[in-house]
Design a binder for this molecule. Structure first.
Ligand code: FDA
Length: 408
């Protein structure tokens, strides 16, 4: 007999094997898996290897969960097929999720840029999802997923819980085990392995919404300094948000956003003080108070620590009155077109999401069902659909989970 459960000693299986049947087996009790279970109907079993469900919801948004974005549109998502997310996002929108949150009496607020957060705690969202699934689904935690077999009609999945192996026969199998981001929190590549087992292509994956690193510690002297900036990636993606200098490189919302579009070896362009016409500002200062030090004049628009630091790179000595027009134009160009080449990113250790995943060509955009294997579904971050920073990734989890749940 071949082992049903790879990590398990063979002899144990025959002594403790239980069998059961469910309509729907959902692998992964994260955002997508739990939301799917709320719609997948009776006799649903959700399993997860973690001790608690939805750990990423719990820590998200600084503990308050940025659960959606008012401005969600398909353009806020990255995928090899930019049209794929349209159907699911249209059928379960940000307004649908807000309605659910309201029905559970969870108070929320908009922080910035359409980003909605719980007033009290992300745990409210988890409690809401658990309440939603309670009538129709069981939840097994600390459950390891073993071998998966399909006999043409049913899926047979070996699960190990509390030292016992159960062979679950399921009519529908939903893979909601997420991407590779933050292995310490339980992320694994299980979804990609299952996709490969069933012959579904998986696109290249890489960490995203992640800080940039630089091989030298050039930004160490200004670590902790934040400033508004515009980041522009090699393919023209542009983000106006805050930039944070760190001991290892660059972080902050603008950088995290740009990282999702960045490929190893590429430059990113940074515009500091993007909302100021530096040329006009320096010319005005020159006319009004030419004796003012250039560093003082720039510190009106940029953090003083950053101006000091840039002084070493751009020669910011002298007074504004000494500046010729050409020098002002050079300075403005340097400050608003600063080209930087990250040596890498902090990787999956800190990345909020994974770009790439199960190739959307393999799935129905309406149901998330595999085109080749009926009743096999992939949802959430496991799929090659990645949202921007700002609540879009959870919205994808809700929308794709709903699409699969309703199709079952
Ligand atoms: P998710 O990762 O949530 O769930 C997958 C589940 O599968 C997990 O419970 C895991 O334990 C389980 N699993 C994995 N491998 C398994 C295996 N081999 N066997 C059994 N179970 C397995 N997004 C957003 O929109 N707003 C926000 O505020 C934030 N904030 C945020 C902060 C941080 C620190 C991170 C890391 C991420 C965010 N995100 C976010 C992103 C968001 O958390 C993410 O996109 C969703 O959780 C994805 O939902 P899924 O259900 O697809 O995967």
């Amino acid at each position: 007999m071949t082992s049903l459960f790879r990590p398990l000693a063979r002899g144990v299986i025959s002594r403790h094997l239980n069998c059961m049947h469910v309509n729907t087996l959902i692998l992964g009790a994260g955002a997508a898996g739990l939301h799917c279970a709320a719609f997948s109907g009776p006799n649903t079993l959700v399993v997860d290897h973690a001790k608690a469900p939805a750990e990423k919801i719990r820590i998200s948004g600084g503990g308050r969960c940025n659960f959606t974005n008012l401005g969600t549109t398909p353009t806020n998502f990255i995928s090899q097929n930019p049209h794929f997310a349209k159907s699911a996002l249209a059928r379960y929108t940000q307004w649908d999720f807000i309605d659910l949150v309201d029905r559970h009496g969870i108070a929320w607020h908009e922080k910035t840029l359409g980003q909605l957060f719980c007033d009290t705690s992300a745990k409210d969202i988890i409690a809401m999802l658990l309440a939603e699934i309670a009538p129709t689904a069981d939840l097994w935690l600390q459950t390891e997923v073993g071998t998966i077999r399909h006999d043409g009609t049913h899926f047979h999945v070996a699960l190990k819980r509390l030292g016992q192996v159960t062979l679950v026969q399921a009519d529908n199998l939903v893979v909601a085990t997420g991407g590779k981001s933050i292995p310490k929190m339980g992320a694994t590549g299980l979804a990609y392995e299952i996709a490969e087992q069933f012959g579904l292509a998986v696109t290249d994956t890489r960490p995203a919404l992640v800080p940039f690193t630089f091989s030298d510690d050039r930004f160490k002297p200004i670590a902790g300094t934040a400033t508004p900036a515009r980041l522009i990636t090699a393919d023209g993606a542009t983000f106006d948000e805050s930039l944070l200098f760190t001991h290892r490189g660059l972080s902050g919302p603008a950088v995290l956003q740009a990282s999702s579009y960045w490929q190893m070896g590429e430059d990113v362009r940074v515009a500091l003080a993007p909302d100021f016409d530096i040329t006009a500002a320096l010319k005005t200062q020159r006319a009004q108070d030419g004796r003012k030090a250039l560093t003082t004049a720039l510190a009106v628009h940029l953090p003083a620590r950053l101006v000091d630091f840039l002084g070493g790179e751009l020669d910011l000595t002298g007074n504004v009155g000494d500046l010729a027009d050409a020098r002002i134009a050079d300075l403005a160009a340097s400050l608003q077109n600063w080209s930087l080449k990250p040596s890498g990113t902090e990787g999956y250790r800190t990345a909020e999401v994974t770009v790439g995943g199960v190739n959307t060509n393999e799935l129905s955009s309406k149901t998330m069902q595999s085109k080749a294997t009926p009743h096999l579904y992939f949802i959430g971050e496991a799929v090659d659909v990645t949202g921007w920073l700002g609540g879009y990734n959870f919205q994808w989890a809700w929308s794709s989970g709903y699409a699969a749940g309703m199709a079952i």
